[in-house]
Each structure stands twice: as C-alpha cells, then as structure tokens.
Design a protein around this ligand. Structure first.
Ligand code: NAD
Length: 221
C-alpha cells in the first residue's frame, strides 16, 4: 500500500465539491490539515452553505467559487481566482460529474465529465510543471467502474468515464517520457462506493511529495 499522502500545508482545488463525494473529499482533507480548499461548483446556494459550515470548523480555510465546468470561460476564471488567492495549487481533484444519457443531457454530461476535466488537468499540468517554474503537484481525475465496465443502459456515461481513464493513464505515461522531469504514476483504485472508503483510498493513493512530483491518478468508486 502506498504511503498516505500528507495534506498538511497543501492548497487544494476540487470541482463539483458543493455536495456528494466532492464535499466529502473537501471535509476529509481539511480534517487532515489541508491549508486551503477551493470548492468549485455550479450550485451556488449549496456551495456557499457548505463552505460557511466548513469555515466555522476549519478557521476560514475554504472558499467557494461558482464554476460550471462545462464552460471554458468559467474554468479559466476560477483557476485564476484560486491561483490569485492561494498562490499555488498542490492538489487538483477533478470530481464534477453527471450520470445522464438522456437526449437532452448527454452532451452536457460529456462536457462536464470529460472536456471540463481535460481543461482543468492541462491547466494544472502547466502550473505544476517544474521545468516551467512550477512546484510539482498532484492531479486526481475521478473516473468510475463505468469506465471499464460495459453498461448497455449507460453507454455515454461509460464512454466519458472510459475517456477519463484513458486520458489520465496516457498523460501519466507520456509526461515523464516527454519531459523527464515530472515523475508520474497511474494507479487503478479498487475502492467500492462508500464515501469513507473512497476518501481513505484517495488519501492513500496519493504519493509522498518527496518521491513524486506529479501524479495522475484515477479513483474508481
Ligand atoms: N456516487 C457514485 O456512486 C459514483 C460512482 C462512480 C463514480 N462517481 C463519480 O464521482 C464523482 C462525484 O459523484 P457524486 O455521486 O458525488 O455526484 P453528485 O451528483 O452527488 O455531486 C456532483 C456535484 O457536481 C456538481 N456539478 C454538476 N454539474 C456541474 C457543473 N457543470 N460544473 C460544476 N459542478 C457541477 C453538482 O452540483 C454536485 O455538487 C462524479 O464524477 C461521478 O461520476 C460517483
């Protein structure tokens, strides 16, 4: 088992973190000593309420930023706001996701699950790369067992989560080959859907900062 990643003094950005698993990651990481957490979500009311509750317990370490991850402008602006506030991002968790294959929703779901995640990932890689003045960091891209199982009632969701997995694994392989400066590692998690278990796995999957500069990881829940 990998050593537990140490959240102390880390600045963290989590998408889709107003509720669900993203909110659970935020709370768990603050409890473990994270320095600052940016909660990004499309749901302003839930996000603001969640962050003010976090701030009561965790001494104003959380900020909420409205961000629709299907919109490039929102991604760009919120990434810059977080950088301005925190000065650096040590951990990005691309968590926002929609499971809907309906006629009216599938395009949006693909934008959220896949395009938004790619955009945030590439911005974070650029920011973290040591050969471009960055300090390294960790990127966690949330996929799903749907990314490896073939579910005939959710083919589009499966496709988007498969894309997340393949993209993240490809990036994890190509970055050290291309730049030889970022030590990356991909890991397929085996966690089941249980919030506590997922969070424990998430923390355990993360690398010790001394050994790895950038780690692209997939959490399968
Ligand atoms: N819950 C599960 O059983 C499960 C299993 C496998 C994978 N996952 C993945 O884990 C992630 C979180 O799942 P969850 O169950 O907590 O989901 P959830 O629906 O409970 O929460 C998703 C959050 O994302 C936000 N969101 C939705 N659209 C958004 C957008 N356009 N921009 C920004 N934020 C947006 C929502 O407001 C919400 O706060 C997703 O990527 C999901 O695919 C979940």
């Amino acid at each position: 088992m990998a050593a537990k990643w140490e959240p102390k003094n880390k600045n963290i950005l989590i998408t889709g973190a107003a509720s669900g698993l993203g909110a659970a990651y935020a709370e768990a990481l603050l409890k473990e000593g994270a320095k600052n957490i940016a909660v990004l979500d499309i749901d302003v009311k839930t996000g603001e309420n969640f962050v003010s509750k976090l701030n009561e317990t965790y001494n104003n370490k959380a900020i909420f930023i409205k961000c629709d991850v299907s919109k490039e402008e929102d991604i760009k602006n919120s990434f810059n706001i977080v950088l301005n506030k925190f000065k650096r991002i040590d951990l990005l968790i691309n968590n926002a996701g929609i499971m809907s294959d309906t006629d009216s929703m599938w395009r949006l779901a693909c934008d959220v699950n896949w395009q938004g995640l790619v955009s945030f990932t590439m911005k974070a890689v650029k920011h973290m790369r040591k050969d471009e003045g960055g300090d390294g960091g960790t990127i966690v891209n949330i996929s799903s067992t749907a990314g490896i199982c073939k579910l005939n009632f959710l083919p589009i969701y499966c496709g988007s989560k498969g894309a997340v997995l393949h993209f993240s694994q490809s990036l994890a392989v190509c970055i050290p080959l291309m730049y030889n400066l970022l030590h990356t590692r991909s890991a397929l998690g085996k966690c089941r859907y249980q919030k506590k278990a997922t969070i424990d796995k998430l923390l355990c999957f993360l690398p010790t900062s001394k050994r790895r500069r950038v780690s692209i990881r997939m959490c399968l829940s």
